[in-house]
Design a protein around this ligand. Structure first.
Ligand code: SAM
Length: 281
């Protein structure tokens, strides 16, 4: 893929690029990410990354490595070893992750493993769901005189239990709270926040499949969030936002244009490449 006037850095055989794919809309990829996809020999990708984005690497072999609750699970150690093995074979490896690779994406663990194995790597940041989802559904993450601080938190820890967060500190420390991977625990989270002093009628937004054609937004309150989450499309990637900034959405949503960028279906054919192999690692 060429970008007039821009020259990408060398993507050396035997190296790994840890690339953020953004929240879903192919138009929210960085130029580095699109360039890397066009150069890669192998793309090791998460389940959340769309076919449209993967089609930007028609020359590459695709290996699915992502882990999704209720879906395919691959141990992190196995993914680290997969990246190291492919790099040692002299491949140009893109490790493609939803959002930003270092925000609740375990990219730090992969980078540590690559460094320990002596594999050169690059980190290409992506738009994290916390930034992309809120913008896509007309909610300013901060707003003058309304919200001056934001915290990003996970809804559960590695065992699946409610995350061991200091709920009082979180509640008091930030006006806007953004929870990743929190659908299953939203009832407990809301109860902890109310206990810690947040108002039961504080707005909550449940944002699913943000920036994708099937984006779905539900507005509730801390008191009703556990009930509202039942209507979220099953299996949808969902971000949960708490804060008064949600009240701005009705003023903006009717006028905001949000259609995602589309990728031509003929992309793979246009390159003259045969369709890429798909490997479920
Ligand atoms: C394993 S985390 C990965 C986060 C990713 N590294 C990032 O920076 O966005 C997966 C969680 O991110 C959130 N997420 C990712 N993409 C999303 C999207 N398009 N819409 C809503 N939430 C999304 C959901 O909370 C999902 O459970």
């Amino acid at each position: 893929m060429d970008f007039p006037g821009l020259v990408g850095p060398r993507f050396d055989p035997g190296s790994v690029w840890l690339v953020g794919a953004g929240p879903g809309d192919p138009g929210l990829l960085t130029l580095h990410a699109a360039y890397a996809l066009g150069q890669a020999d192998v793309v090791v990708h998460d389940a959340l990354v769309s076919e449209a984005i993967l089609s930007l690497a028609p020359q590459a072999r695709l290996e699915l490595a992502g882990k999704r609750a209720g879906g395919i699970r691959t141990q992190q150690l196995g993914i680290n070893n997969q990246l190291i093995r492919l790099a040692r074979q002299g491949q140009r490896v893109v490790r493609l992750k939803g959002g930003d690779p270092l925000v609740f994406g375990r990219g730090g663990e992969e980078a540590l493993a690559l460094a320990a194995a002596g594999i050169p790597f690059r980190i290409v940041p992506g738009i994290s769901a916390g930034i992309g989802a809120t913008a896509a559904c007309s909610i300013p993450l901060t707003h003058r005189n309304l919200a001056r601080s934001v915290a990003f938190a996970t809804g559960h820890d590695s065992s699946g239990d409610l995350a061991a967060v200091d709920w009082h500190a979180l509640s008091r420390g930030s006006e806007v709270l953004v929870f990743y991977m929190a659908q299953r625990r939203i009832g407990q989270i809301a109860a902890r926040l109310i206990e810690a002093g947040r108002a039961p009628d504080e707005p909550v937004a449940l944002i699913s499949n943000a920036t994708r054609p099937d984006q779905d937004v539900r507005i509730a309150t801390l008191a009703t969030a556990a009930e509202a989450v039942r209507a979220v499309p099953p299996g949808a990637a969902t971000l949960i936002l708490v804060g008064s900034v949600i009240a701005l959405r009705p003023l903006l949503a009717a006028w905001q244009q949000t259609e995602p960028m589309t990728v031509e279906a003929s992309n793979a054919k246009a390159s003259g490449a045969t369709p890429p192999a798909r490997i479920h690692a």
